[in-house]
Write a protein that binds this ligand. Sequence first.
Ligand SMILES: Cc1ncc(COP(=O)(O)O)c(C=O)c1O
Length: 391
Amino acid sequence: MSTAARRVESFGTTIFTEVNTLAQQYQALNLGQGKPDFDTPVDIIQHLIEAAQSGQHNQYAPGPGTLSLRQAIANHAGRFYNLDIDPANGVVVTAGGTEAIFSAILGLTDPGDEVIVLEPYYDSYVPNIIMANATPVYVPLHPPTWTFDIDELRAAFTPQTRALILNTPQNPTGRVFTHAELTLLAELCIEHDVTVISDEVYEHLIFGDAQHIPIATLPGMFDRTITVSSAGKLFSATGWKVGWAYGPPALVEGVARAHQFVTFAVHHPTQEAIAYALNLPDTYFADFQTMYAAKCQLLLSALDCGGLTCTVPQGTYFVMANYSDIFDGTPMEFTHHLIKDVGVACIPPESFYSAAHAHIGNGYVRFAFCKSDDVLRQVQERLQKLSLHKR
Ligand SMILES: Cc1ncc(COP(=O)(O)O)c(C=O)c1O
């Protein structure tokens, strides 16, 4: 009998499908999946339309991406982080940040290598590592501040460690790693000759005093770091699935070799629109951040009304909220309660953890605040009901 491969045996249907279905069934306000409920800026859409209509961009794009987009990615990294990226050999455009991470893992690790993952983590990392026949090694971030323990981190490095996946600003915790934390990580990676795959898709979503520091900018780190980002997050265009990886040509070559046989090339007209968008003035990125800082405040106030507690996120559009003061039960049970009885959907964090550490997420659920202000205000009204349903 034909069956699915053992490689994918442990991959279930993602929790997002389950929550989206339930949310629809109960007409819940859906703060589950991290996709904006508002549109991509019109001028960026206009560039996509013009690129398609020009007749110049409807056939395969160059495998590593159009030169105009690779140049725009390099310029953006120079403008915001003073990084000197080679647009010809130091950038590869991918089908979203997700493919950039997968191609980086496939192109930079060998079967049997160990890859360190800080958890809770973005849910594609571990399946990607498994598909590459490498082994994930987990280091927990401890609530409520979501910081790693230096001894646990040090113990994760072994002679088999080939790579570490870093995510800052971090989904789902909202952490933005500090210069001191990144220095510790960098020192260990240099000592053990480890490559860093740095997922920075939320690079422009930073609040308060937090500062986004690409680990590639730390001394000795550029040559061992692949940095990943995504147009979906920067321009509220998650459906366009355009991302990229950049770094030193020697590492980018590994990513590009995998990429050419994963997707070969990415949607061509969209690359023209994203090249335009990445070259937008600083005011675009500042306004984007201000808009999200206000949305974050709306969600924090809604959570407060519902009796949920949290550490204020330093970045991303996610909050990990603790419900233990108002509900006894697992995150999955709380999610069902919230959707069915209160009309608000969130994500239980089980799929962001290895089995050994899933208990760390007990009492927490993730909310996404990439939603219209109106929806976030309605969430506040509904969460007020939580105290009435207290059990
Ligand atoms: C941390 C993180 N990395 C990568 C991605 C994937 O980005 P994309 O939609 O561009 O594939 C996401 C999307 O939610 C994310 O949260």
